[in-house]
Design a protein around this ligand. Sequence first.
Ligand code: ADP
Ligand code: MG
Length: 717
Amino acid sequence: MARRAARPAPALAAVGDTALTALAGCGPKVAEKLAARGLACLQDLWLQLPRQYEDRTRLTPIRALQPGVAAQVEGRVEAVERGFRYRPLLRVAVCDDSQGTLVLRFFHFRSAQVNQFQPGVRIRCYGTPRPGQNGLEIVHPSYRILDDAEGDALGDRLDPVYPAIEGIGPAALRRLIGLALDRLPEDGTLELLPPHVLASMQLPPLREALLTVHRPSRDADVAQLLEGRHPAQRRLVLEELLAHHLSLRRQRIAQQAHAAPVLHDDTLAARLRASLPFSLTGAQQRVFGEILADLAQPSPMLRLVQGDVGSGKTVVAALAAMLAVAHGRQAALMAPTELLAEQHLANLRGWLEPLGVQVAWLAGKVTGRARAKVLEAVASGQAQVVLGTHALMQEGVAFRDLALAIVDEQHRFGVHQRLALRDKGGGGEIGAGATVPHQLVMTATPIPRTLAMSAYADLDVSAIDELPPGRTPVQTVALSAERRPELVERIRAACAEGRQAYWVCTLIDDPEENDRPGATMRIEAQAAQTTFETLSAQLPGLRVGLVHGRMKAAEKQATMAAFKAGAIGLLVATTVIEVGVDVPNASLMIIENAERLGLAQLHQLRGRVGRGSAASSCVLLYRSPLSQLARQRLETMRETSDGFLIAERDLELRGPGELLGTRQTGLAGFRLADLARDADLLPQVHSIGERLLAESPTVADAIVARWVGGAVRYAGA
Ligand code: ADP
Ligand code: MG
């Protein structure tokens, strides 16, 4: 495995690489279960960090318990009730000297367990109390029956809670980790970070940090530990973030070792540019310039173009594609939805066919003879620019000579998909030194700069940070759903002036239904259907259209075309229109249940209006009562239309996990780091990382191997 080979320090390799079967009580069976979770050697257990701590160093009087706050209590069993309501149930009432009563509730239990709970027996238990029918109760507490003679010593330090591992009980796991920690070597062989870095940041060395995190002393700052802000945790987070950063940087370096076709002929791009009905914005010109410089290199471009909705990314992509075509090669553009891919098709045909460029189209619904024909054109190279959805990546799609792979709305795709399209380049297996296409990815979901640095360390980032001229900012208001009737008037007025409107139906929560695959789309579709019928009845004389995800593609397409042509005044839609739909004459958008949507999605949706010169507005309809979070989101939407600012807010409000979606970043599963909490470390991560790569690449490799290890699966990508 690569991780063994990459590890340079021999002493560390000796201890940290020791197989877990060396630990007492870890036979082959247990080792196998640990290995299933990627835990193979001592070092893996050192880095198996607690998710939480339980404070059993003190007792809380039952009267002082607070709902939602975990605590340890001790008392006597007062009453036991065994019953059966829908399912077996055991309730144990416990009282203590504070004269409070706590109910312990069990749904799974054995009869031996029931017999333990005799009235009068002393019991100590730990758990999180919640309000129940008769005061506070704890469901499935961890507990211990106390021997009356027992000295009842309390714990002398916080108990670490480790992520559960199937087949190994928490106590056994804790014991194994303890044994592994007993073998932790001295700092000299363990430490990988430069001492001056730790000193300047006032962070402890690795050994001390690990011991503090696994075995916090009684006087450790509990609040800090529970929040993950203890210096020992910060120390580990720093190294973990560094490892991920370095691993992405390594992927990039590996990518750049491939060759790519040199594309420098920009005559066709110049012709396209001259034929456009508008001139490029300064930002578009700058970003296109950056792309031109990349394409002229013999190594593959890896560029992310961030640009707010409506900033004009498509035309920049089309210009880039013209370089491939000018060199007699192919370009592909992949979009996340059919709706968007179709819109690109219409745009690109309009722009490119007059220049004699052949545009082909491939989506799931292109089947049979039509599909065979497209595949043939793609394989022969007759199709110069190929547009499509995920269908582009399917088996059987082979390009003759793909020189540029463009992925639109990158946040909808994963790293793997991006690479899959790249691998359509032809020439079979991608080995070191093989020729691969250039890659351009575009996203309208801007992410804060600090995060971009970390999440996209394998990409160069350009920003189209300017909107085409003549756009007026969208006026946004939040309205309670009771005021819905006013909106009907508003739509009537807008349409009477020749403008058009969207009415977006979003899902109303129904957790049971939502669990089922496809249910979201169905419920959304139903809501849209109902709204469509109501609004059609309320707006006689206005042509109302409907699009949702469950309609036939041809129907959707016809409706979109009619809306684009102005034949439909009001379009009732589900969130399928979120991405990319471009109808400049639409100037009013109503979003139902806006309180349920995230900021990124609201911003995307709102981006469908304000694309023309008319003053546009967006109405966010909500149902009361609003949660604090929802209120803040709607407030943010009213205050700003700056995508970067919204992204920053989004990060604050809900953390980066969702914002980035691990699937798109490859930043899967941090052990300890939390990008929202730890974002302030990123600038340092970046600079330490660059220095290590330049000055001590073997140390850099060792850090990656330690934290990311076998997970570096794109290293050869
Ligand atoms: P997005 O960045 O959201 O993908 P699009 O590429 O769909 O934006 O562009 C939005 C609209 O703006 C399209 O109608 C496009 O033709 C138009 N457009 C793009 N660039 C310019 C420009 N420089 N001047 C005027 N209109 C432009
Ligand atoms: Mg777009």
